[in-house]
Design a protein around this ligand. Structure first.
Ligand code: AGP
Length: 614
Protein backbone atom coordinates (compact mmCIF):
# COMPACT_ATOMS: atom_id res chain seq x y z
CA UNK A 1 0.00 0.00 0.00
CA UNK A 2 1.15 3.48 -0.82
CA UNK A 3 3.32 3.98 -3.84
CA UNK A 4 6.80 5.45 -3.77
CA UNK A 5 8.78 6.80 -6.69
CA UNK A 6 11.92 8.93 -6.66
CA UNK A 7 14.46 10.16 -9.15
CA UNK A 8 17.95 11.66 -9.05
CA UNK A 9 19.94 12.43 -12.19
CA UNK A 10 20.12 15.10 -14.85
CA UNK A 11 16.61 14.94 -16.33
CA UNK A 12 13.56 16.85 -15.12
CA UNK A 13 12.33 14.80 -12.15
CA UNK A 14 8.69 15.84 -12.00
CA UNK A 15 7.38 14.25 -15.23
CA UNK A 16 9.21 11.00 -14.41
CA UNK A 17 7.75 10.96 -10.92
CA UNK A 18 4.19 11.79 -12.02
CA UNK A 19 4.24 9.05 -14.66
CA UNK A 20 5.65 6.66 -12.07
CA UNK A 21 2.93 7.58 -9.58
CA UNK A 22 0.29 6.83 -12.20
CA UNK A 23 1.79 3.37 -12.61
CA UNK A 24 1.77 2.91 -8.84
CA UNK A 25 -1.70 4.29 -8.28
CA UNK A 26 -2.99 0.72 -7.87
CA UNK A 27 -1.25 0.81 -4.48
CA UNK A 28 -3.43 3.59 -3.12
CA UNK A 29 -5.15 6.67 -4.37
CA UNK A 30 -6.36 8.71 -1.39
CA UNK A 31 -3.88 11.51 -1.94
CA UNK A 32 -0.68 12.21 -3.83
CA UNK A 33 2.33 14.43 -3.38
CA UNK A 34 5.76 15.28 -4.63
CA UNK A 35 8.91 16.88 -3.19
CA UNK A 36 11.33 18.59 -5.56
CA UNK A 37 14.77 19.92 -4.92
CA UNK A 38 14.58 23.34 -6.57
CA UNK A 39 17.80 25.31 -6.26
CA UNK A 40 18.35 25.74 -2.53
CA UNK A 41 14.75 24.87 -1.73
CA UNK A 42 13.14 21.54 -0.98
CA UNK A 43 9.53 22.15 -1.97
CA UNK A 44 6.54 19.93 -1.35
CA UNK A 45 3.34 19.91 -3.42
CA UNK A 46 0.56 17.61 -2.30
CA UNK A 47 -3.15 17.23 -2.43
CA UNK A 48 -6.06 14.95 -1.58
CA UNK A 49 -7.31 12.63 -4.32
CA UNK A 50 -5.71 10.90 -7.24
CA UNK A 51 -2.52 11.62 -9.15
CA UNK A 52 -4.66 13.52 -11.68
CA UNK A 53 -5.63 15.93 -8.86
CA UNK A 54 -1.94 16.42 -8.13
CA UNK A 55 -1.33 17.14 -11.82
CA UNK A 56 -4.09 19.79 -11.75
CA UNK A 57 -2.60 21.23 -8.58
CA UNK A 58 0.85 21.50 -10.20
CA UNK A 59 -0.57 23.26 -13.27
CA UNK A 60 1.15 26.63 -13.73
CA UNK A 61 3.58 26.04 -10.85
CA UNK A 62 7.35 25.86 -11.17
CA UNK A 63 8.09 22.14 -11.26
CA UNK A 64 11.71 22.29 -12.31
CA UNK A 65 14.27 20.15 -10.54
CA UNK A 66 16.44 17.17 -11.29
CA UNK A 67 15.79 15.27 -8.11
CA UNK A 68 12.57 14.57 -6.32
CA UNK A 69 10.23 11.99 -4.88
CA UNK A 70 6.53 11.30 -5.09
CA UNK A 71 3.96 9.31 -3.17
CA UNK A 72 0.47 8.00 -3.65
CA UNK A 73 -1.26 7.21 -0.39
CA UNK A 74 -3.58 4.56 1.03
CA UNK A 75 -4.55 6.10 4.34
CA UNK A 76 -3.69 4.33 7.58
CA UNK A 77 -3.02 7.08 10.13
CA UNK A 78 -5.27 10.05 9.56
CA UNK A 79 -8.01 10.69 7.03
CA UNK A 80 -7.14 11.26 3.39
CA UNK A 81 -6.59 15.02 3.14
CA UNK A 82 -3.98 17.49 1.92
CA UNK A 83 -2.15 17.65 5.25
CA UNK A 84 -1.86 13.90 5.77
CA UNK A 85 -0.64 13.42 2.20
CA UNK A 86 3.07 12.66 1.79
CA UNK A 87 5.83 13.92 1.59
CA UNK A 88 6.21 15.21 5.14
CA UNK A 89 8.73 17.75 6.39
CA UNK A 90 10.87 17.55 9.50
CA UNK A 91 10.50 20.23 12.17
CA UNK A 92 12.96 22.59 10.42
CA UNK A 93 11.67 21.69 6.96
CA UNK A 94 15.24 20.79 5.97
CA UNK A 95 14.29 17.13 5.48
CA UNK A 96 11.39 15.50 3.69
CA UNK A 97 10.17 11.90 3.75
CA UNK A 98 7.83 9.58 1.91
CA UNK A 99 6.83 6.31 3.52
CA UNK A 100 4.94 3.11 2.84
CA UNK A 101 4.13 0.95 5.88
CA UNK A 102 3.27 1.59 9.51
CA UNK A 103 5.50 2.86 12.32
CA UNK A 104 3.87 1.00 15.19
CA UNK A 105 5.53 2.88 18.07
CA UNK A 106 4.80 6.28 16.55
CA UNK A 107 2.50 7.38 19.38
CA UNK A 108 5.17 7.06 22.12
CA UNK A 109 7.82 8.67 19.92
CA UNK A 110 5.46 11.52 19.10
CA UNK A 111 4.57 12.11 22.73
CA UNK A 112 8.24 12.32 23.68
CA UNK A 113 9.01 14.73 20.87
CA UNK A 114 6.00 16.92 21.64
CA UNK A 115 7.41 17.24 25.17
CA UNK A 116 10.66 18.40 23.59
CA UNK A 117 8.84 21.11 21.66
CA UNK A 118 8.13 19.45 18.28
CA UNK A 119 5.02 20.56 16.44
CA UNK A 120 3.23 18.07 14.25
CA UNK A 121 0.85 19.19 11.56
CA UNK A 122 -0.49 15.82 10.38
CA UNK A 123 -1.93 12.71 12.01
CA UNK A 124 0.57 10.45 10.29
CA UNK A 125 3.20 8.10 11.65
CA UNK A 126 5.42 9.23 8.77
CA UNK A 127 5.74 12.76 10.10
CA UNK A 128 6.85 11.25 13.42
CA UNK A 129 9.64 9.33 11.68
CA UNK A 130 11.04 12.34 9.83
CA UNK A 131 10.93 14.42 13.03
CA UNK A 132 12.73 11.60 14.83
CA UNK A 133 15.51 11.47 12.24
CA UNK A 134 16.13 15.20 12.54
CA UNK A 135 15.78 15.13 16.31
CA UNK A 136 18.53 12.50 16.56
CA UNK A 137 20.70 14.35 14.05
CA UNK A 138 20.53 17.64 15.93
CA UNK A 139 20.64 16.31 19.48
CA UNK A 140 23.50 13.94 18.87
CA UNK A 141 25.26 16.26 16.42
CA UNK A 142 25.77 13.48 13.90
CA UNK A 143 25.44 13.21 10.13
CA UNK A 144 22.15 12.48 8.43
CA UNK A 145 23.08 8.96 7.42
CA UNK A 146 24.00 8.03 10.97
CA UNK A 147 20.84 9.64 12.31
CA UNK A 148 18.77 7.73 9.79
CA UNK A 149 20.32 4.42 10.83
CA UNK A 150 19.74 5.20 14.48
CA UNK A 151 16.13 6.27 13.91
CA UNK A 152 15.40 3.11 11.93
CA UNK A 153 16.71 0.98 14.73
CA UNK A 154 14.39 2.79 17.18
CA UNK A 155 11.19 2.31 15.23
CA UNK A 156 9.07 -0.83 15.16
CA UNK A 157 6.79 -1.80 12.30
CA UNK A 158 7.24 -1.68 8.56
CA UNK A 159 8.63 0.87 6.21
CA UNK A 160 9.84 1.65 2.76
CA UNK A 161 11.07 5.23 2.73
CA UNK A 162 12.85 7.80 0.67
CA UNK A 163 14.49 10.75 2.41
CA UNK A 164 15.67 14.04 0.91
CA UNK A 165 17.71 16.77 2.52
CA UNK A 166 17.55 20.43 1.45
CA UNK A 167 21.20 21.04 2.23
CA UNK A 168 22.44 18.02 0.35
CA UNK A 169 20.66 18.01 -2.99
CA UNK A 170 22.94 15.39 -4.53
CA UNK A 171 22.08 12.55 -2.15
CA UNK A 172 18.90 10.63 -1.49
CA UNK A 173 18.41 7.87 1.05
CA UNK A 174 16.10 4.89 0.72
CA UNK A 175 15.41 2.11 3.19
CA UNK A 176 13.09 -0.82 3.64
CA UNK A 177 11.75 -3.19 6.24
CA UNK A 178 8.69 -5.23 5.42
CA UNK A 179 7.58 -2.97 2.54
CA UNK A 180 9.09 -3.30 -0.92
CA UNK A 181 11.59 -0.95 -2.50
CA UNK A 182 13.52 -1.34 -5.72
CA UNK A 183 16.33 0.81 -7.10
CA UNK A 184 16.64 1.38 -10.82
CA UNK A 185 20.23 1.81 -11.96
CA UNK A 186 20.43 3.95 -15.10
CA UNK A 187 23.26 5.82 -16.86
CA UNK A 188 24.19 8.45 -14.28
CA UNK A 189 20.64 8.44 -12.98
CA UNK A 190 18.80 6.44 -10.35
CA UNK A 191 15.21 5.61 -9.58
CA UNK A 192 13.62 4.34 -6.40
CA UNK A 193 10.16 2.84 -6.41
CA UNK A 194 7.75 0.46 -4.68
CA UNK A 195 7.97 -1.83 -7.69
CA UNK A 196 9.69 -1.85 -11.04
CA UNK A 197 6.76 -0.48 -13.06
CA UNK A 198 7.82 3.21 -12.88
CA UNK A 199 11.40 2.23 -13.72
CA UNK A 200 11.09 -0.15 -16.67
CA UNK A 201 10.99 2.46 -19.41
CA UNK A 202 14.28 4.02 -18.28
CA UNK A 203 16.40 1.04 -17.28
CA UNK A 204 16.23 -2.74 -17.04
CA UNK A 205 18.79 -2.90 -14.25
CA UNK A 206 17.39 -3.03 -10.77
CA UNK A 207 18.38 -3.85 -7.22
CA UNK A 208 15.75 -5.08 -4.78
CA UNK A 209 16.54 -3.80 -1.30
CA UNK A 210 16.39 -6.40 1.45
CA UNK A 211 14.80 -5.85 4.82
CA UNK A 212 16.74 -3.51 7.09
CA UNK A 213 18.91 -2.24 4.27
CA UNK A 214 19.44 1.36 3.30
CA UNK A 215 20.63 2.74 -0.03
CA UNK A 216 22.63 5.94 -0.27
CA UNK A 217 22.05 7.14 -3.80
CA UNK A 218 24.11 10.02 -5.17
CA UNK A 219 23.75 12.09 -8.30
CA UNK A 220 27.40 11.79 -9.36
CA UNK A 221 29.01 9.02 -7.35
CA UNK A 222 26.85 5.96 -7.74
CA UNK A 223 25.09 4.27 -4.87
CA UNK A 224 25.95 2.14 -1.88
CA UNK A 225 23.91 -0.26 0.17
CA UNK A 226 24.33 -0.90 3.88
CA UNK A 227 22.36 -2.70 6.52
CA UNK A 228 21.06 -0.76 9.46
CA UNK A 229 24.02 -2.02 11.49
CA UNK A 230 26.09 0.13 9.10
CA UNK A 231 27.75 -2.80 7.31
CA UNK A 232 28.33 -2.40 3.57
CA UNK A 233 26.45 -4.83 1.30
CA UNK A 234 27.24 -5.83 -2.28
CA UNK A 235 24.32 -4.84 -4.48
CA UNK A 236 22.89 -7.62 -6.64
CA UNK A 237 21.86 -6.02 -9.93
CA UNK A 238 19.13 -7.96 -11.74
CA UNK A 239 17.71 -7.55 -15.20
CA UNK A 240 13.97 -6.89 -15.45
CA UNK A 241 11.82 -9.12 -17.63
CA UNK A 242 8.95 -6.64 -17.51
CA UNK A 243 7.90 -5.03 -20.79
CA UNK A 244 6.33 -1.60 -21.11
CA UNK A 245 3.29 -2.77 -23.09
CA UNK A 246 2.36 -5.05 -20.20
CA UNK A 247 1.60 -1.90 -18.22
CA UNK A 248 -0.78 -0.36 -20.73
CA UNK A 249 -4.48 -0.92 -21.40
CA UNK A 250 -3.86 -2.01 -25.00
CA UNK A 251 -7.18 -0.64 -26.35
CA UNK A 252 -9.40 -1.99 -23.56
CA UNK A 253 -11.56 0.39 -21.51
CA UNK A 254 -10.13 -0.91 -18.26
CA UNK A 255 -7.19 -2.96 -17.07
CA UNK A 256 -9.64 -5.40 -15.51
CA UNK A 257 -11.26 -6.15 -18.87
CA UNK A 258 -7.84 -6.47 -20.49
CA UNK A 259 -6.76 -8.86 -17.75
CA UNK A 260 -9.92 -10.97 -18.09
CA UNK A 261 -9.23 -11.25 -21.82
CA UNK A 262 -5.57 -12.06 -21.23
CA UNK A 263 -6.40 -15.27 -19.38
CA UNK A 264 -5.99 -17.72 -22.26
CA UNK A 265 -2.46 -16.33 -22.60
CA UNK A 266 -1.69 -15.94 -18.90
CA UNK A 267 -2.82 -19.50 -18.12
CA UNK A 268 -0.66 -20.76 -20.96
CA UNK A 269 2.28 -18.74 -19.64
CA UNK A 270 1.87 -20.23 -16.19
CA UNK A 271 2.13 -23.71 -17.76
CA UNK A 272 4.89 -22.84 -20.23
CA UNK A 273 7.96 -25.03 -19.79
CA UNK A 274 6.19 -26.89 -16.99
CA UNK A 275 3.59 -28.97 -18.78
CA UNK A 276 4.22 -31.06 -21.85
CA UNK A 277 1.07 -33.03 -22.55
CA UNK A 278 2.50 -34.65 -25.68
CA UNK A 279 5.51 -36.04 -23.89
CA UNK A 280 3.48 -36.55 -20.75
CA UNK A 281 5.45 -34.64 -18.14
CA UNK A 282 5.10 -31.90 -15.58
CA UNK A 283 8.30 -30.13 -14.50
CA UNK A 284 8.30 -27.62 -11.69
CA UNK A 285 11.87 -26.37 -11.56
CA UNK A 286 11.22 -23.97 -8.69
CA UNK A 287 10.23 -26.72 -6.27
CA UNK A 288 12.57 -29.44 -7.56
CA UNK A 289 14.84 -29.40 -4.55
CA UNK A 290 11.89 -29.52 -2.17
CA UNK A 291 9.51 -31.86 -3.98
CA UNK A 292 10.30 -34.72 -1.58
CA UNK A 293 9.04 -32.48 1.24
CA UNK A 294 5.75 -32.09 -0.59
CA UNK A 295 5.53 -35.74 -1.60
CA UNK A 296 6.09 -36.81 2.01
CA UNK A 297 4.17 -33.99 3.67
CA UNK A 298 1.89 -35.06 6.49
CA UNK A 299 -0.13 -31.93 5.95
CA UNK A 300 -0.23 -28.92 3.69
CA UNK A 301 -1.17 -25.59 5.20
CA UNK A 302 -2.14 -22.89 2.73
CA UNK A 303 -1.91 -19.27 3.86
CA UNK A 304 -3.25 -16.39 1.80
CA UNK A 305 -5.72 -13.50 1.76
CA UNK A 306 -8.65 -12.47 -0.44
CA UNK A 307 -8.74 -13.93 -3.93
CA UNK A 308 -5.49 -15.81 -3.30
CA UNK A 309 -7.22 -17.47 -0.35
CA UNK A 310 -9.96 -18.59 -2.73
CA UNK A 311 -7.29 -20.09 -4.99
CA UNK A 312 -6.05 -21.84 -1.83
CA UNK A 313 -9.50 -23.32 -1.27
CA UNK A 314 -9.48 -24.73 -4.80
CA UNK A 315 -6.06 -26.18 -3.99
CA UNK A 316 -7.51 -27.88 -0.91
CA UNK A 317 -9.86 -29.82 -3.19
CA UNK A 318 -7.02 -30.53 -5.64
CA UNK A 319 -4.48 -31.82 -3.13
CA UNK A 320 -6.97 -33.82 -1.09
CA UNK A 321 -8.82 -35.24 -4.06
CA UNK A 322 -5.80 -36.08 -6.21
CA UNK A 323 -2.78 -36.37 -3.91
CA UNK A 324 -4.63 -37.48 -0.75
CA UNK A 325 -2.71 -35.07 1.47
CA UNK A 326 -4.71 -33.35 4.22
CA UNK A 327 -4.89 -29.61 3.60
CA UNK A 328 -5.80 -26.66 5.80
CA UNK A 329 -6.50 -23.32 4.20
CA UNK A 330 -5.94 -20.40 6.51
CA UNK A 331 -6.53 -16.69 6.38
CA UNK A 332 -2.96 -15.52 6.89
CA UNK A 333 -4.15 -12.78 9.25
CA UNK A 334 -5.76 -15.31 11.62
CA UNK A 335 -3.09 -17.99 11.31
CA UNK A 336 -0.25 -15.70 12.35
CA UNK A 337 -1.89 -14.68 15.61
CA UNK A 338 -3.38 -17.89 16.90
CA UNK A 339 -0.28 -19.78 17.94
CA UNK A 340 -0.83 -22.47 15.31
CA UNK A 341 0.45 -26.01 15.68
CA UNK A 342 3.10 -26.44 13.00
CA UNK A 343 5.32 -29.49 12.52
CA UNK A 344 8.54 -29.89 10.58
CA UNK A 345 6.74 -32.31 8.29
CA UNK A 346 4.22 -29.64 7.30
CA UNK A 347 4.54 -27.83 4.02
CA UNK A 348 3.18 -24.30 4.04
CA UNK A 349 2.10 -22.92 0.67
CA UNK A 350 1.81 -19.12 0.56
CA UNK A 351 -0.27 -17.79 -2.31
CA UNK A 352 -0.04 -14.13 -3.24
CA UNK A 353 -0.31 -12.14 -6.43
CA UNK A 354 1.77 -9.23 -5.16
CA UNK A 355 4.12 -11.31 -3.05
CA UNK A 356 4.03 -8.45 -0.56
CA UNK A 357 0.85 -9.02 1.48
CA UNK A 358 1.92 -8.25 5.04
CA UNK A 359 -0.18 -10.94 6.75
CA UNK A 360 0.88 -13.67 4.34
CA UNK A 361 4.50 -12.69 4.71
CA UNK A 362 4.26 -12.74 8.50
CA UNK A 363 2.48 -16.12 8.40
CA UNK A 364 5.29 -17.75 6.45
CA UNK A 365 7.93 -16.19 8.66
CA UNK A 366 6.20 -17.74 11.66
CA UNK A 367 5.90 -21.14 9.96
CA UNK A 368 9.54 -21.00 8.90
CA UNK A 369 10.66 -20.35 12.48
CA UNK A 370 8.75 -23.45 13.51
CA UNK A 371 10.59 -25.57 10.96
CA UNK A 372 8.00 -25.96 8.19
CA UNK A 373 8.96 -25.93 4.52
CA UNK A 374 7.64 -22.84 2.73
CA UNK A 375 6.56 -22.85 -0.89
CA UNK A 376 5.59 -19.52 -2.47
CA UNK A 377 3.13 -19.19 -5.34
CA UNK A 378 3.48 -15.56 -6.36
CA UNK A 379 3.11 -13.40 -9.42
CA UNK A 380 5.51 -10.52 -8.84
CA UNK A 381 9.05 -11.66 -9.49
CA UNK A 382 11.53 -10.65 -6.80
CA UNK A 383 8.82 -9.75 -4.27
CA UNK A 384 9.16 -10.46 -0.56
CA UNK A 385 7.21 -13.74 -0.24
CA UNK A 386 9.20 -15.67 -2.85
CA UNK A 387 12.37 -14.30 -1.32
CA UNK A 388 11.32 -15.54 2.10
CA UNK A 389 10.24 -18.99 0.84
CA UNK A 390 12.38 -22.12 0.54
CA UNK A 391 11.07 -22.81 -2.93
CA UNK A 392 8.17 -21.92 -5.16
CA UNK A 393 6.69 -21.34 -8.56
CA UNK A 394 5.95 -17.97 -10.08
CA UNK A 395 2.55 -17.73 -11.72
CA UNK A 396 3.84 -15.71 -14.72
CA UNK A 397 0.48 -14.01 -15.29
CA UNK A 398 2.22 -10.72 -16.09
CA UNK A 399 1.51 -7.50 -14.19
CA UNK A 400 -2.03 -7.37 -12.82
CA UNK A 401 -3.02 -3.74 -12.50
CA UNK A 402 -6.78 -3.81 -11.93
CA UNK A 403 -7.30 -3.91 -8.17
CA UNK A 404 -9.82 -6.75 -8.58
CA UNK A 405 -7.76 -9.85 -9.19
CA UNK A 406 -8.72 -11.94 -12.23
CA UNK A 407 -5.85 -13.42 -14.21
CA UNK A 408 -3.77 -13.88 -11.07
CA UNK A 409 -6.48 -16.18 -9.67
CA UNK A 410 -6.59 -18.42 -12.75
CA UNK A 411 -2.79 -18.49 -12.93
CA UNK A 412 -2.60 -19.48 -9.26
CA UNK A 413 -5.15 -22.26 -9.77
CA UNK A 414 -3.23 -23.44 -12.84
CA UNK A 415 0.08 -23.67 -10.98
CA UNK A 416 -1.61 -25.36 -8.02
CA UNK A 417 -3.26 -27.85 -10.40
CA UNK A 418 0.14 -28.68 -11.93
CA UNK A 419 1.60 -29.12 -8.47
CA UNK A 420 -1.23 -31.31 -7.21
CA UNK A 421 -1.19 -33.57 -10.29
CA UNK A 422 2.61 -33.83 -10.16
CA UNK A 423 2.63 -34.75 -6.47
CA UNK A 424 -0.33 -37.10 -6.86
CA UNK A 425 1.46 -38.98 -9.64
CA UNK A 426 4.66 -39.22 -7.60
CA UNK A 427 2.73 -40.47 -4.58
CA UNK A 428 0.89 -42.99 -6.69
CA UNK A 429 -2.51 -41.68 -5.68
CA UNK A 430 -3.55 -41.32 -9.31
CA UNK A 431 -2.93 -43.90 -12.00
CA UNK A 432 -0.80 -43.28 -15.07
CA UNK A 433 -3.88 -43.14 -17.25
CA UNK A 434 -5.63 -40.62 -14.96
CA UNK A 435 -2.42 -38.57 -14.91
CA UNK A 436 -2.34 -38.45 -18.71
CA UNK A 437 -6.04 -37.69 -18.89
CA UNK A 438 -5.60 -34.76 -16.51
CA UNK A 439 -2.57 -33.20 -18.17
CA UNK A 440 -4.08 -33.58 -21.62
CA UNK A 441 -7.17 -31.72 -20.45
CA UNK A 442 -5.17 -29.06 -18.57
CA UNK A 443 -3.34 -28.35 -21.80
CA UNK A 444 -6.71 -27.55 -23.46
CA UNK A 445 -7.80 -25.10 -20.75
CA UNK A 446 -6.41 -21.89 -22.39
CA UNK A 447 -8.49 -22.61 -25.54
CA UNK A 448 -11.57 -23.36 -23.47
CA UNK A 449 -11.12 -20.14 -21.48
CA UNK A 450 -11.04 -18.30 -24.80
CA UNK A 451 -14.27 -20.01 -25.83
CA UNK A 452 -15.91 -18.95 -22.57
CA UNK A 453 -14.91 -15.33 -23.09
CA UNK A 454 -15.88 -15.27 -26.77
CA UNK A 455 -19.19 -17.07 -26.31
CA UNK A 456 -20.49 -15.47 -23.15
CA UNK A 457 -19.29 -11.85 -23.22
CA UNK A 458 -22.29 -10.35 -25.03
CA UNK A 459 -24.80 -12.44 -23.13
CA UNK A 460 -23.27 -11.44 -19.81
CA UNK A 461 -23.36 -7.78 -20.79
CA UNK A 462 -27.14 -8.10 -21.18
CA UNK A 463 -27.52 -10.05 -17.97
CA UNK A 464 -25.50 -7.38 -16.15
CA UNK A 465 -27.83 -4.69 -17.49
CA UNK A 466 -30.86 -6.54 -16.14
CA UNK A 467 -29.34 -7.19 -12.69
CA UNK A 468 -27.37 -4.03 -12.02
CA UNK A 469 -29.92 -2.48 -9.67
CA UNK A 470 -30.23 -5.44 -7.34
CA UNK A 471 -28.95 -4.47 -3.87
CA UNK A 472 -27.86 -7.98 -2.88
CA UNK A 473 -26.59 -11.10 -4.62
CA UNK A 474 -26.08 -14.69 -3.53
CA UNK A 475 -23.48 -16.94 -5.16
CA UNK A 476 -23.72 -20.69 -4.72
CA UNK A 477 -21.41 -23.53 -5.69
CA UNK A 478 -20.47 -27.00 -4.54
CA UNK A 479 -17.17 -28.89 -4.32
CA UNK A 480 -14.52 -27.40 -6.59
CA UNK A 481 -16.95 -24.61 -7.42
CA UNK A 482 -17.67 -23.51 -3.87
CA UNK A 483 -14.50 -21.32 -3.84
CA UNK A 484 -15.62 -19.96 -7.22
CA UNK A 485 -18.90 -18.83 -5.62
CA UNK A 486 -16.88 -17.00 -2.94
CA UNK A 487 -14.68 -15.43 -5.59
CA UNK A 488 -17.68 -14.32 -7.69
CA UNK A 489 -19.20 -12.61 -4.65
CA UNK A 490 -15.92 -10.92 -3.74
CA UNK A 491 -15.48 -9.60 -7.30
CA UNK A 492 -18.95 -8.08 -7.30
CA UNK A 493 -18.53 -6.48 -3.86
CA UNK A 494 -15.15 -5.00 -4.64
CA UNK A 495 -15.97 -3.14 -7.81
CA UNK A 496 -19.72 -2.52 -7.80
CA UNK A 497 -20.19 -2.04 -4.02
CA UNK A 498 -23.20 -4.36 -4.16
CA UNK A 499 -23.51 -6.62 -1.17
CA UNK A 500 -22.87 -10.21 -2.20
CA UNK A 501 -22.34 -13.48 -0.34
CA UNK A 502 -20.88 -16.75 -1.50
CA UNK A 503 -22.07 -20.03 0.03
CA UNK A 504 -21.74 -23.76 -0.46
CA UNK A 505 -25.02 -24.46 -2.28
CA UNK A 506 -26.22 -26.98 0.29
CA UNK A 507 -25.49 -24.62 3.16
CA UNK A 508 -28.04 -22.14 1.83
CA UNK A 509 -30.91 -23.83 3.60
CA UNK A 510 -29.21 -23.27 6.95
CA UNK A 511 -29.83 -19.54 6.90
CA UNK A 512 -29.25 -17.55 3.71
CA UNK A 513 -32.38 -19.01 2.14
CA UNK A 514 -34.31 -16.55 4.34
CA UNK A 515 -32.97 -13.75 2.12
CA UNK A 516 -34.41 -15.14 -1.08
CA UNK A 517 -37.35 -13.37 -2.66
CA UNK A 518 -38.21 -12.21 -6.17
CA UNK A 519 -35.61 -9.43 -5.98
CA UNK A 520 -32.64 -11.62 -5.10
CA UNK A 521 -30.30 -12.69 -7.93
CA UNK A 522 -28.76 -16.07 -7.09
CA UNK A 523 -25.79 -17.02 -9.24
CA UNK A 524 -25.38 -20.79 -9.18
CA UNK A 525 -22.27 -22.49 -10.52
CA UNK A 526 -23.77 -25.77 -11.67
CA UNK A 527 -21.01 -27.27 -13.78
CA UNK A 528 -20.01 -30.10 -11.45
CA UNK A 529 -20.78 -33.40 -13.09
CA UNK A 530 -20.52 -35.33 -9.81
CA UNK A 531 -23.08 -33.26 -7.91
CA UNK A 532 -25.25 -32.10 -10.79
CA UNK A 533 -28.52 -33.56 -9.46
CA UNK A 534 -27.89 -32.07 -6.06
CA UNK A 535 -27.25 -28.64 -7.53
CA UNK A 536 -30.44 -28.86 -9.51
CA UNK A 537 -32.24 -29.49 -6.22
CA UNK A 538 -30.58 -26.39 -4.77
CA UNK A 539 -31.73 -24.38 -7.79
CA UNK A 540 -35.27 -25.75 -7.27
CA UNK A 541 -35.14 -24.48 -3.71
CA UNK A 542 -34.18 -21.00 -4.90
CA UNK A 543 -36.77 -20.98 -7.71
CA UNK A 544 -39.51 -22.11 -5.33
CA UNK A 545 -38.88 -18.92 -3.36
CA UNK A 546 -38.97 -16.87 -6.57
CA UNK A 547 -35.23 -16.07 -6.50
CA UNK A 548 -33.75 -14.89 -9.81
CA UNK A 549 -31.49 -17.77 -10.83
CA UNK A 550 -28.46 -17.21 -13.05
CA UNK A 551 -27.02 -20.64 -13.74
CA UNK A 552 -23.57 -21.43 -15.10
CA UNK A 553 -23.87 -24.85 -16.72
CA UNK A 554 -22.13 -27.09 -19.23
CA UNK A 555 -25.21 -27.80 -21.25
CA UNK A 556 -28.59 -26.27 -20.60
CA UNK A 557 -31.17 -29.00 -20.18
CA UNK A 558 -34.90 -28.35 -20.00
CA UNK A 559 -35.05 -28.45 -16.23
CA UNK A 560 -32.42 -25.70 -15.91
CA UNK A 561 -34.05 -23.65 -18.66
CA UNK A 562 -37.36 -23.71 -16.81
CA UNK A 563 -35.90 -22.81 -13.46
CA UNK A 564 -33.38 -20.13 -14.35
CA UNK A 565 -33.87 -16.57 -15.54
CA UNK A 566 -30.50 -16.76 -17.31
CA UNK A 567 -28.44 -19.78 -18.30
CA UNK A 568 -24.79 -19.33 -19.24
CA UNK A 569 -23.22 -22.30 -21.02
CA UNK A 570 -19.51 -23.00 -20.76
CA UNK A 571 -17.48 -25.93 -22.14
CA UNK A 572 -17.11 -29.15 -20.19
CA UNK A 573 -13.83 -30.03 -18.53
CA UNK A 574 -12.41 -32.39 -15.94
CA UNK A 575 -13.99 -31.41 -12.64
CA UNK A 576 -10.71 -30.34 -10.93
CA UNK A 577 -10.27 -27.69 -13.63
CA UNK A 578 -13.83 -26.42 -13.68
CA UNK A 579 -12.95 -23.34 -11.52
CA UNK A 580 -10.68 -22.16 -14.33
CA UNK A 581 -13.68 -21.92 -16.64
CA UNK A 582 -16.58 -21.18 -14.30
CA UNK A 583 -14.90 -18.15 -12.72
CA UNK A 584 -14.72 -16.32 -16.07
CA UNK A 585 -18.46 -15.52 -16.43
CA UNK A 586 -18.47 -14.31 -12.83
CA UNK A 587 -15.55 -11.96 -13.53
CA UNK A 588 -17.34 -10.61 -16.59
CA UNK A 589 -20.62 -10.23 -14.72
CA UNK A 590 -19.09 -8.15 -11.94
CA UNK A 591 -17.13 -6.12 -14.48
CA UNK A 592 -20.17 -5.16 -16.57
CA UNK A 593 -22.36 -4.47 -13.54
CA UNK A 594 -19.71 -2.09 -12.17
CA UNK A 595 -19.36 -0.40 -15.56
CA UNK A 596 -23.14 0.08 -15.85
CA UNK A 597 -23.18 1.54 -12.36
CA UNK A 598 -20.45 3.98 -13.34
CA UNK A 599 -17.95 2.74 -10.76
CA UNK A 600 -14.20 3.08 -10.98
CA UNK A 601 -13.52 -0.51 -11.99
CA UNK A 602 -9.74 -0.47 -11.80
CA UNK A 603 -9.45 1.55 -8.63
CA UNK A 604 -12.43 0.77 -6.43
CA UNK A 605 -12.91 2.89 -3.33
CA UNK A 606 -10.98 2.08 -0.15
CA UNK A 607 -8.97 -0.72 -1.75
CA UNK A 608 -5.35 -1.09 -2.77
CA UNK A 609 -3.70 -3.72 -4.88
CA UNK A 610 -0.86 -4.54 -2.58
CA UNK A 611 -1.83 -4.76 1.08
CA UNK A 612 1.43 -4.18 2.89
CA UNK A 613 -0.15 -3.31 6.23
CA UNK A 614 -1.70 -5.88 8.52
C1 AGP B 1 -8.76 -9.43 -4.99
O1 AGP B 1 -9.60 -9.01 -5.99
C2 AGP B 1 -8.42 -8.46 -3.98
N1 AGP B 1 -8.22 -7.16 -4.41
C3 AGP B 1 -7.72 -8.92 -2.74
O2 AGP B 1 -8.61 -9.72 -2.06
C4 AGP B 1 -6.37 -9.67 -2.90
O3 AGP B 1 -6.57 -10.90 -3.50
C5 AGP B 1 -5.71 -9.82 -1.52
O4 AGP B 1 -5.44 -8.55 -1.00
C6 AGP B 1 -4.46 -10.66 -1.55
O5 AGP B 1 -3.47 -10.06 -2.33
P1 AGP B 1 -2.20 -10.87 -2.80
O6 AGP B 1 -2.67 -11.95 -3.71
O7 AGP B 1 -1.37 -9.85 -3.50
O8 AGP B 1 -1.55 -11.43 -1.59
Amino acid sequence: MCGIVAYIGSKEACPIIIKGLQRLEYRGYDSAGIALQQGKELNIYKTKGKVSNLQDFLEGKNIEGTSGMGHTRWATHGVPNDVNAHPHYSESKDLALIHNGIIENYAILKEEMVKRGHTFVSDTDTEVLIHLIEDIQLNEKIGLEEALLQALSEVTGAYAIVLMCKNNPDIMYAARKGSPLVIGVGENEYFMASDATPIVEYTKNVVYLNDEEIAIVTRNNGFTIKNIQNQLKTPYIQELELKLEMLEKGGYDHFMLKEIHEQPRSIKDSMRGRLNAMEGYIRLGGIKEYDQKLINANRIIIVACGTSWHAGLVAEYLFEDLARIPVEVEYASEFRYRNPVIHETDVVIAISQSGETADTLAAIQLAKQKGATIIGICNVVGSSIPRSSHAGSYTHAGPEIGVASTKAFTAQVTVLSLMAIYIAHKRGTISDSRYHQLITELDCIPDKVKQVIDNTNEQIKNIAQSLKDAPNFLYLGRGYNFPVALEGALKLKEISYIHAEGYPAAEMKHGPIALIDEKMPVVVVATNQSAYEKIISNIQEVAARKGRVIAIVNKADNTIKELAEHVIEIPETEEPFSPLLSVIPLQLLSYYIAVYLGKNVDQPRNLAKSVTVE
